[in-house]
Design a binder for this molecule. Structure first.
Ligand code: GLN
Length: 577
């Protein structure tokens, strides 16, 4: 434990007889050495907010002064989330280390206001690959390797995540729902940890209490069954977070408590709410933090949620009827999922937009526009006039690209603030090259490698990787430093010359064309420290209110308590018009 503040009872014992003091010292010593774990497991069904519950538990415990790290366990066999299509699985979140993960990691970082480590993410694929590779290298000394080795490797990873972060408490979210055969090993590993350290491990089940339309009554049976299923693994829930449309009443809490053998006060009602950021405050009202720390044999500590509550106040102020509504068009290509708009692919972008809007006291109204619609019906592009700002987020491949280039041209010509993220920056450069420099075939090697003006080209090391079919975890990934040029829009936003931002791309502005593009008026206001890679492209303020693109993904570092300066600058430009 890194937190060793003297508590009231410890102070008392200092004045007591010697043997008492020794006892207390021993107790503190054992607390100092033991790391605590909270395993969060889903019951009944997915999609009810297990990730937000996990994040919120982290927030309230951190507000008590503990150092928390949160870990996500994904049962799939992909070694990381990088090769998954965002329309299948949602956003691929990139960590500082470059690890490509599930979008939940983004929530954890946003709720903790801190970057997490690569040890905080684990997939079945990662674990199996490691164990099998080790076996192939005779790493087990000729022994027979079986499922126990997988379980032990999972235990090692739970523990190394805690060590790497030097945290006091690790909150682990186990992906999927109890009863899935895919996540059994992760629960089994947690069971073993509880057996070894009974005072250091608690289990939280996030369950769902449906209110079927025809019945009109909240039903607790699915939760009871989920708890029984968990019991069959030898694991018992210490807490139940009962998600539902409405608050769970006393009668139902008592029913669950009796049937599931969980104290009634450990059943927390978690009804639907407007903002996910209210969840920690609601948990704290129910004293969940206090109860969990008590269950973990940790000393009592005061909760200080001042910073978080300040943010919540900004959110509600920005949502007031009287506050200005700013219309943002997010133009992209990963929006269709059957009959639904699938905004999950851009969670971090959405949150980054909202944080800066809240900071400036305005409401951001997002509209999802599919760039392919502008290709089918070119007149439709005029609809963009209705928006205060336009964002083109990251993407891959060639569908919808011409519609995106038209979008960027429209924003430039009509002086609508434009913010391009990664692909949105590369396409900004292509648009400029085509329409200002007159290089009509300007393109990226990702789409047309035969273009005579490949203003965006593949990085040489990337070409080798692709030629060898090496796609997984092979892009330019994670945090890299960049230098910002003074007197630019980017400098105005950051207020400093040295920054670090997260990347995820294979292609780059082609150094062969940089000078010509610059002399046509586009400014490269951010570059890699060796000056070779263009990190930010922009038009000066006297030419356009805001026309800027970043080769990196600023959205991954936007936090509720620390909105991203470029998103804030984009909004400021809108509000100045
Ligand atoms: N497809 C582009 C590249 O690989 C942009 C990637 C992105 O937007 N993340 O360079």
């Amino acid at each position: 434990m890194t937190n060793t503040k003297t508590t009231k009872s410890e102070k008392k014992s200092k004045g007591g007889i010697k043997s008492d003091k020794n006892k207390t010292d021993k107790k503190i010593k054992s607390e100092k050495n033991s790391h605590k774990y909270i395993f969060v497991i889903g019951g009944v069904m997915s999609g009810v907010g297990k990730g937000i519950t996990t994040s919120s538990i982290g927030t309230i415990l951190e507000a008590k002064g503990y150092k928390i790290n949160i870990m996500k366990v994904d049962p799939y066999l992909n070694v990381d989330a990088g090769t998954m299509n965002p329309t299948e699985h949602g956003e691929v979140f990139v960590m500082n280390s470059g690890l490509e993960t599930d979008q939940d990691m983004g929530n954890y970082e946003r709720f903790l206001n801190r970057s997490l480590e690569k040890e905080d993410y684990m997939t079945s694929g990662m674990v199996y690959k490691y164990v099998i590779d080790k076996e192939r290298a005779l790493g087990f000394g000729g022994r027979c390797i079986d499922a126990d080795n997988i379980r032990d490797e999972i235990v090692t990873r739970y523990e190394s995540s805690a060590k790497k972060n030097q945290s006091d408490i690790t909150v682990v979210e186990i992906g999927g729902t109890v009863g899935d055969y895919q996540n059994v090993m992760f629960i089994e590993a947690a069971r073993v940890m509880k057996l070894r350290h009974p005072r250091d491990v608690v289990f939280v089940m996030v369950s769902y209490m449906p209110i079927p339309n025809k019945i009109g009554e909240m039903k607790s049976k699915p939760t009871q069954n989920a708890i029984k299923q968990l019991n069959s693994y030898g694991v018992h829930a210490d807490f139940i977070i009962a998600r539902s449309e409405l608050p769970v009443d006393k009668k139902r809490k008592e029913k669950i408590a009796f049937a599931c053998n969980v104290p009634v006060e450990n059943i927390i009602s978690a009804p639907d709410i407007d903002s996910i950021y209210d969840v920690p405050v609601n948990f704290e009202k129910d004293q969940l933090g206090e109860m969990i720390t008590r269950a973990l044999s940790l000393p009592h500590k005061i909760t200080n949620m001042r910073g978080w509550k300040g943010f919540i106040t900004n959110v509600s102020k920005a949502k007031e009827v009287s506050s200005r509504e700013v219309k943002i068009a997010v133009v992209g290509k990963y929006f269709d999922s059957g009959d639904f708009v699938f905004s999950d692919a851009y969670v971090s972008v959405i949150e980054a937009i909202k944080f800066s809007a809240y900071k400036l006291g305005v409401k951001a109204k997002l509209s999802w526009l599919n760039s392919k619609d502008f290709e089918k019906d070119p007149k439709k592009i005029n609809e963009l006039k209705e928006y205060d700002g336009i964002i083109v987020p990251g993407g891959f491949g060639n569908s919808g690209i011409e519609g995106l280039i038209k979008t960027i041209e429209f924003a430039r010509v009509n002086k609508i603030p434009y913010f391009g993220l990664c692909y949105g920056m590369q396409l900004l450069v292509i648009e400029y090259a085509r329409n200002i420099l007159g290089w009509k075939d300007a393109n990226t090697a990702e789409i047309n490698p035969d273009s005579s003006h490949l203003v965006i080209d593949i990085m040489p090391d990337q070409k080798i990787k692709l030629d060898n079919g090496h796609y997984g975890a092979s892009m330019r990934l994670g945090a890299y430093g960049a230098i910002i040029e003074k007197g630019t829009v980017a400098y105005k936003a950051y207020g400093k010359t040295e920054i670090s931002e997260r990347h995820r791309h294979r292609y780059e502005v082609n150094p062969l064309f940089v000078d010509e593009i610059k002399s046509a008026g586009l400014v490269f206001s951010g570059k890699s420290p060796n000056g070779k890679l263009m990190e930010i492209a922009e038009l000066p303020k006297d030419k356009h209110p805001f026309f800027l693109g970043t080769q990196f993904h600023p959205e991954f570092l936007a936090r509720p308590l620390d909105p991203h300066p470029l998103f804030t600058e984009f909004f400021k430009a809108i509000l100045e018009l």
